[in-house]
Design a protein around this ligand. Structure first.
Ligand SMILES: [Ca+2]
Ligand SMILES: [Ca+2]
Length: 479
């Protein structure tokens, strides 16, 4: 199943306030499977998770990669010890480490060890790299060869501990040596952002696309997919397929994300669309029957949470005519629910997400999570302005799918342009069946302003033979 993100991924609305970018959740140094642990630990993004044998180790913002490095001071010799990493990814023939000395040293070296007693690795020496001759004040990359035997062991090992032993004379007691970015060397052609990643992206090339932009696309996924997987689905796929395509905007399902090269060539700042698509992969295990608007709206909500500041995509800040939860634009609605009905609790999207991994969707879930039913929430959110339809049978009913499946709304006599239809929850260009009670008729139009192709329906139509998925305005009359 490919969840298409046409509506949400391509709406680059510039109006409205720009919500603060959500501070990315600090990656979990947790027990249990983690998509972000290796990157966080070996990238020294949580430097204090490493222990030190002598002197001090503090977090430094002077990083060679990411936001943080570890600063060692106060001892000529110190051993940094990592917390255990549950499962190593990307094991290769070379380990690399970045080191920055305060000044060049007459002697010194770094030695690397690995340890995983439960996997038969007992304080195994990996190698030594000299610090002698390196200039101070800048990062240098040290290299340690990993033997084929050790590679095989590490690929299977659990709870691997890294030890970095640093020996060098200190120019002054307070001058710090910075250590950052321990990683396995990546195969040629894989962007740096993939280092220490728990996922691997297979790019399936198609139409021509900028290589620089393709790397940015991959990096947005390498950065964000593991964060989303840790938060939303620890069982999410670890091997992704990235397809270059020529249609739509982007879509995702299973372990696949496709995107239209033309859209991203024209909108190179729309990379957060890949956060939306990555969320769709977290939603892949939903039981059937989840409304499409929640799948799209939930992915939009997540995209908004991790939004890149300064990019044009923005959510509508509040209800406005033309909006209905069924037609999209629900991020502010979800935030409003959190602020009014879930104070101090898990956000609604996150809570409902985990329920949907276990149970078939029902409208009663809104009552379960908020105490109020969905339409009542929507009405309150809109300040009692959201129009509501009439009961089925007292007007013409419009459904998104054939055979009267997925009711949009039942509309009384009146004229409904595109905006008004949207306010009632009738999704533009998606009506596929209509129920017309005796005494009613409806004239439907191709365009939103009562123009273009038109057709008058005077009886039930379980599968529209004209204007299927094309209706954008309509006039309901009583005969
Ligand atoms: Ca770092
Ligand atoms: Ca339809």
């Amino acid at each position: 199943m490919i969840a298409c993100a046409l509506l949400s991924a391509c709406s680059a609305a510039t109006s409205g306030s720009e919500p603060d970018a959500h501070a990315e959740q600090s990656a979990a140094l947790v027990t249990g499977p983690s998509f972000t642990q290796q990157k966080t630990v070996l990238g020294f993004e949580a430097p204090t998770a490493w222990s030190v044998s002598a002197g001090t180790r503090t977090a430094s913002g002077d990083a060679s990669r990411g936001a943080k490095a570890v600063a060692l001071a106060g001892a000529d010799q110190a051993v940094l010890t990592s917390p255990p990493i549950q499962k190593l990814n990307g094991v290769s023939a070379k380990l690399l480490l970045d080191v920055k000395l305060p000044a060049s040293v007459p002697w010194g070296q770094v030695q690397l060890y690995v340890d995983s007693p439960q996997s038969g690795i007992h304080h195994q020496w990996v190698g030594l790299a000299t610090l002698q001759g390196l200039s101070g004040g800048q990062y240098h990359t040290l290299s340690f060869a990993v033997s084929p035997t050790l590679q095989a062991l590490l690929s299977q090992a659990q709870n691997v501990v890294f030890k970095v032993e640093v020996n060098r004379p200190r120019p002054t007691p307070t001058a710090a040596t910075l250590v950052d970015r321990l990683r396995f060397e990546l195969p040629a052609g894989i962007p740096d952002c993939a280092e220490n990643s728990a996922i691997f992206i297979n790019v399936e090339r198609g139409p021509a696309f900028s290589e620089a932009l393709l790397e940015k696309v991959q990096c947005r996924l390498y950065d964000m997919y593991p964060v989303l997987a840790d938060r939303f689905d620890r069982q999410a796929p670890t091997s992704l397929r990235l397809l270059l395509e020529t249609h739509g905007v982007a879509g995702a399902g299973g372990n696949l994300i496709g995107f239209n090269v033309a859209h991203f060539t024209e909108n190179p700042n729309d990379l957060d669309a890949f956060v939306h698509e990555a969320m769709h992969l977290m939603q892949s295990r939903y039981l059937p029957g989840v409304p499409g608007w929640f799948i799209e709206g939930g992915a939009d909500w997540v995209r908004n949470e991790y939004r890149t500041p300064g990019t044009p995509w923005a959510v509508a800040p509040e209800w406005a005519p033309g909006m209905h939860y069924r037609t999209g634009e629900v991020v502010s609605f979800f935030n409003w629910i959190d602020a009014h009905y879930r104070v101090g609790q898990t956000p609604l999207v996150e809570a409902l997400h985990f329920i949907l991994l276990e149970r078939t969707y029902t409208d009663a879930m809104w009552v379960e999570l908020t105490g109020v039913d969905l339409d009542a929430l929507w009405l309150e959110y809109s300040g009692d302005q959201a129009p509501v339809g009439v009961p089925v049978g007292q007007g013409v009913s419009f459904f998104q799918d054939p055979d009267y499946v997925r009711l949009g709304s039942t509309l009384p006599v009146g004229e409904y342009d595109a905006t008004r239809l949207g306010s009632y929850g009738v999704v533009n260009d998606d009506v596929s069946s209509i129920k017309v009670p005796a005494g009613f008729a409806v004239t439907a139009f191709e365009h939103g302003d009562f123009s273009g192709a038109q057709h008058t329906f005077t009886a039930d139509s379980p599968q529209l033979s004209v204007l299927n998925n094309q209706i954008s305005s309509l006039i309901v009359t009583e005969l």
